[in-house]
Write a protein that binds this ligand. Structure first.
Ligand code: ATP
Ligand code: MG
Length: 442
């Protein structure tokens, strides 16, 4: 067990059970299990983060985070279905049923140790970024190394009290998102906190405290020091959570969109139609979340990277390439240009390319390609994408409406629609093409 210190000075606030509105019913059975098991084994265990913050605001939390004085190894030894993850910041994922509870050991804030060295300590990179942060500490120290005051509220199942070392409860009541400590230093330690500031302010409909907001725009470029794989995860959290339209405008306002998607950003500056396209896609995505429909990273990234794919496509068309191969080349180049900033895993890039590469085919509507296109696994997404392009003012031969009508039509009507396509011939005596592979021409 690592050392703990109880609240001892006048700034500490322990709010007893009778004086706050949280009840243990907010806890999922998995969270309760983890807390009780740690507690029975003699460790201190508290709920922290969104699992405390959100119920205080009447919001159902996305997940539960637990803080404890048990070390990662001790936690891992206690739970059979657990995994120690992370290098920069070790936490333990404990699986319980379908839930994953994130359990972290109390950490000390970096400034508490003037000489950061050694295996279990933190390390700072050249720009002040924390490379390793595994210096264990007391619960109070743990509170101060967290990001925002409202994220540093603890719910103690020992006596159901609420513990607030940083003034989080007051900020929560005033609906203010406020960084703990010096905001610029905290952003330097971990630039992802700038993204979290925007995400949480949108999610909670909070005001950003002026001192917390002030350094973001100037320091957005610090995100280039963050691993593109971690940024992929963060961008997904930003844009798939059901409030992405608002978040998107905030990322533009605070220079974060430019830092994450520099090429797309410069292209949308000159194009109202691209601005409309992205806005409309994000509004649709928020609506889908509200209706309980899935939203997927591939669609999100196909939208965010479309400006750079489209530009390259246009350039290749102007150079005389036929539309389909031009779009194939443009897609590969657009995705690879993005990987240095936000890297998109291969399992998604394939889908993104298919969605884009179906665009000219959906517009051309060749008679013998209609049914294979309709059956393609990416048809629905590619069709939605086409509609978005039309909605944002692109003129695409009215193909969106045609495909809408085609899907609504019965077999007879469909055949008639195919026959009526310009240039469509009745039946060829001998097929000119080889077999289709995945609906794509060879
Ligand atoms: P949500 O789960 O709704 O996204 P959350 O605040 O719970 O919000 P998590 O990513 O689950 O976010 O993190 C849990 C807690 O860990 C946070 O509330 C905060 O106390 C702490 N935390 C997370 N990321 C950071 C960070 N980059 N710097 C400092 N503390 C962090
Ligand atoms: Mg959480």
């Amino acid at each position: 067990m690592v050392s703990t210190s109880e609240p001892s000075d006048g700034l500490n606030q322990v709010i007893p059970r009778s004086e706050h509105t949280l009840s243990r019913s907010i806890l999922s059975s998995a969270a309760l299990n983890v807390l009780q098991r740690l507690s029975k084994a003699g460790y201190r265990a508290l709920l922290v983060g969104g699992g405390v913050r959100d119920p205080l605001l009447g919001i159902t939390p996305k997940d539960f985070d637990v803080a404890t004085d048990a070390t990662p190894e001790q936690i891992h030894n206690l739970f059979r279905r657990s995994r120690i993850i992370g290098r920069r910041f070790q936490i333990v994922h404990v699986r319980d049923g379908r839930e994953t509870i994130e359990v972290s050991t109390f950490r000390a804030a970096p400034q508490d140790d003037p000489q950061p060295t050694g295996k279990n300590k933190f390390e700072l990179g050249s720009t002040g970024q924390i490379i390793r942060d595994n210096q264990f500490g007391s619960i109070k120290e743990d509170a101060f190394r967290r990001d925002f005051t409202v994220n540093a509220l603890y719910y103690d199942i020992k006596d159901f009290s609420l513990i607030d070392y940083t003034g989080g409860l007051q900020d929560l009541q005033q609906r203010t998102l406020k960084m703990i400590g010096d905001p610029l230093q905290r952003y330097r330690e971990d630039p992802v906190r700038m993204i979290r500031a925007i995400r949480l302010a949108s999610k909670l409909a909070f005001n950003l405290d002026p001192a917390t907001a002030a350094p973001i725009k100037q320091n957005a470029k610090l995100l280039q020091d963050v691993s593109p794989a971690r940024l992929f995860e963060e961008v997904n959290k930003l844009f798939l959570a059901g409030y992405c339209h608002e978040t998107y405008h905030m990322t533009l306002q605070y220079g974060l969109f430019e830092a994450l998607f520099p090429e797309a950003h410069s292209l949308i500056q000159d194009s109202e139609s691209l601005q409309l396209f992205i806005s409309q896609a994000l509004i649709n995505s928020d609506n889908r979340v509200e209706q309980g429909k899935p939203v997927v990273p591939a669609f999100l990234f196909s939208v965010l990277l479309w400006p750079q794919a489209h530009k390259r496509h246009q350039q290749l068309l102007e150079a005389g390439e036929p539309p389909v191969p031009a779009l194939q080349k443009a897609s590969i180049a657009a995705i690879s240009a993005q990987q240095a900033y936000v890297s998109i895993p291969k399992r998604f890039t394939q889908n993104i390319r298919e969605m884009w590469e179906m665009q000219p085919r959906l517009i051309q509507r060749r008679k013998n390609r209609i049914y294979p296109l309709l059956e393609h696994p990416r048809f629905r997404a590619a069709y939605d994408f086409l509609l978005l392009r039309e909605q944002s003012g692109e003129s695409l031969e009215n193909a969106g409406q045609w495909w809408t009508d085609f899907q609504d039509a019965n077999k007879e009507q469909r055949d008639a629609m195919v026959d009526a396509l310009p240039g469509a011939k009745k039946k060829r005596s001998r097929p000119r093409r080889k077999k289709l592979q995945n609906g794509n021409p060879p």
